[in-house]
Design a protein around this ligand. Sequence first.
Ligand code: ZN
Length: 163
Amino acid sequence: MHCELCGKPLTPDTAFLARIEGVQLTVCPACATHGEIIRQPQPARKQQRSEKPRPAQPLPRKEIVEEIVHDYAERIRKALQQDGRKLDEIAKSLSMKASTLQAYEQGRRTPSLDDARRLEHAFRITLIEKIEVTHEPVSERRSTASTSTLTLGDMVTIKRRKK
Ligand SMILES: [Zn+2]
């Protein structure tokens, strides 16, 4: 791409579309000042758009989350061994199904918070840990679909500097 007036090489950053002496030409910035600018270089405009001030971001939210410890099976197994009773009896005393308790003990199923609390109470063990979770606000990504369409208001007229 070259300036149609002076022949200087042009990049998309420097190519103006200007009306000079009634003719539409792709010109360099220097030559553009001789006429009426119809379109400014495109990429430069896009950059300006992304710098537009954004609405205030929400602050990070903090939340306490209760979670079952990762080694719950081991803790339950130990507790059951120390108890010495049969699994059926223990399950019954906890108003829990024996199969459910077994699944917990074998790590096949993560205890519900309700069940975990009952087990904690019965065996004086810890199965629930409290975790502080910080929610970082995700910055919204604007789609690049919005093309920079020039309106009449975007047009810039440069005063002729002819003497
Ligand atoms: Zn030129």
